[in-house]
Design a protein around this ligand. Structure first.
Ligand SMILES: Cc1cc2nc3c(=O)[nH]c(=O)nc-3n(C[C@H](O)[C@H](O)[C@H](O)COP(=O)(O)OP(=O)(O)OC[C@H]3O[C@@H](n4cnc5c(N)ncnc54)[C@H](O)[C@@H]3O)c2cc1C
Length: 363
């Protein structure tokens, strides 16, 4: 049995930042990060952008020496099987027990399986090991199809196309990013994708994946050496739910301080459904910076400091060399208004005349 201390489950931005923040405030208390990911913590946003294009940016967030110097024990490749909130311990799949004083659940999200015959053969893109598999396959592929017209699907398709691979992107919506940004912006994104060499096939789903061939619901069969599944992610609140901690639609319910319903247990990042004091309600956020911010709040509050989540969620994404930035409260809006600029545009999203989100491209 290891001496009790602070434990973060997950080595993404939420778990890492929580551990870093707590460790800085209490250098003498043991700090552990338990993560099923075998890699050193890395920058996920690069995976679908520069990394997939073969540009190999620096992915590691810290060196192994940094963890030693900062007294954070990183246990990589360790899966937590369950949490005992009564005895305050975390039990790994191998049966090892870690007692905690403070525990942060930062388990993130997992890819939604592509639920069609042969769907399991499509390659997801969530982790570094997924990206390595994709990058290796892309080196020898001449054609690819990406299934799913969300952020990861659009980024992956434009990155593959920029490697000279004949790439199609298929989605049930009429335009990419339709649900998130609406028709007008989706049409502009479709144009950016097409300018990057991506063929967008909208308004049709996938019926089956078989032998390098994807059959669409429209009846069209698309031959592709590389099949990528990007049909969304699902927050992974299973550990919390099994421990009797409050969850909603797979997310762990937390207040503005990242407290869960269990004593000294916090949640942050993609897995959390946190209360945002500026919005006056719980806001789901599945973005890098928000995960890091929430992790920092969890680390501070666990360390005995005051902190609340009040920032407006934000993220950026890239289609080819075009960077787009969004700031706002999510996918719900009644009206959108797009203003063109010389090299880009700004889209304003409104509910009852109030701005609830802004997307800008080169603006
Ligand atoms: C390819 C890609 C590109 C992206 N690009 C952008 C972008 O441009 N901008 C942006 O804002 N966001 C982007 N995102 C989203 C962003 O990366 C996530 O919102 C962020 O990583 C969430 O952080 P997290 O710490 O909550 O979870 P994650 O980063 O998902 O980390 C979860 C961690 O929990 C571990 N874990 C899960 N279950 C267990 C268990 N039972 N036991 C032990 N460990 C466990 C996992 O191994 C992992 O280490 C991208 C995501 C991907 C995959």
């Amino acid at each position: 049995m290891v001496a009790p201390g602070f434990i973060a489950i997950g080595s993404g931005p939420a778990g890492l930042t929580a551990a870093e923040t707590f460790g800085r405030k209490h250098p003498k208390i043991p700090v552990h990060i338990l993560s099923s990911d075998p890699a050193l913590p890395y920058a996920k946003p690069h995976l679908s952008k520069a990394y997939l294009r073969g540009r190999y940016p620096k992915l590691d967030l810290h060196s192994p020496g940094w963890f030693v110097q900062n007294g954070i024990r990183l246990h990589s490749g360790i899966t937590v099987d369950h949490i005992d909130v009564v005895n305050r311990e975390v039990v790994t799949a191998a049966g090892r027990r870690y007692r905690y004083w403070h525990l942060v659940l930062a388990c993130g999200a997992t890819p939604v399986p592509l639920a069609v015959p042969g769907g399991e053969t499509a390659q997801p893109l969530r982790s570094f090991s997924d990206a390595v598999v994709l990058r290796m396959a892309a080196k020898n592929a001449e054609s690819a199809i990406v299934i799913g017209g969300g952020l990861i699907g659009c980024e992956a398709a434009s990155s593959l196309a920029s490697c000279g691979i004949a790439t199609s992107l298929v989605a049930p919506e009429p335009v990419p990013l339709h649900r998130r940004f609406g028709l007008e912006v989706g049409e502009r994104v479709a144009k950016m994708l097409s300018d990057n060499g991506v063929r967008f096939i909208g308004s049709t789903g996938v019926a089956a994946v078989e032998d390098r061939c994807v059959t669409l619901n429209s009846g069209e069969a698309v031959e592709a050496e590389l099949v990528v599944s990007a049909v969304g992610v699902r927050p992974d609140g299973r550990l919390a739910a099994a421990a009797g901690i409050d969850t909603e639609c797979g997310r762990v319910v937390v207040d503005e301080h990242m407290h869960t319903s269990a004593v000294n247990v916090y949640a942050a990042g993609d897995v959390a459904l946190a209360y945002n004091v500026t919005a006056g309600r719980r806001v789901p956020a599945e973005h890098w910076r928000d995960a890091a911010r929430q992790g920092r709040i969890a680390g501070l509050v666990a360390a005995g400091y005051q902190a609340v989540w009040d920032a407006v969620p934000e993220f950026s994404f890239a289609i080819g060399d075009q960077m787009l930035k969004y700031r706002g409260w999510g996918t719900e809006f009644e009206h959108s208004r797009v203003v063109d600029h010389r090299d880009g545009f700004t889209a304003w999203y409104e509910i009852e005349g109030e701005t609830v989100g802004v997307l800008s491209s080169n603006a």
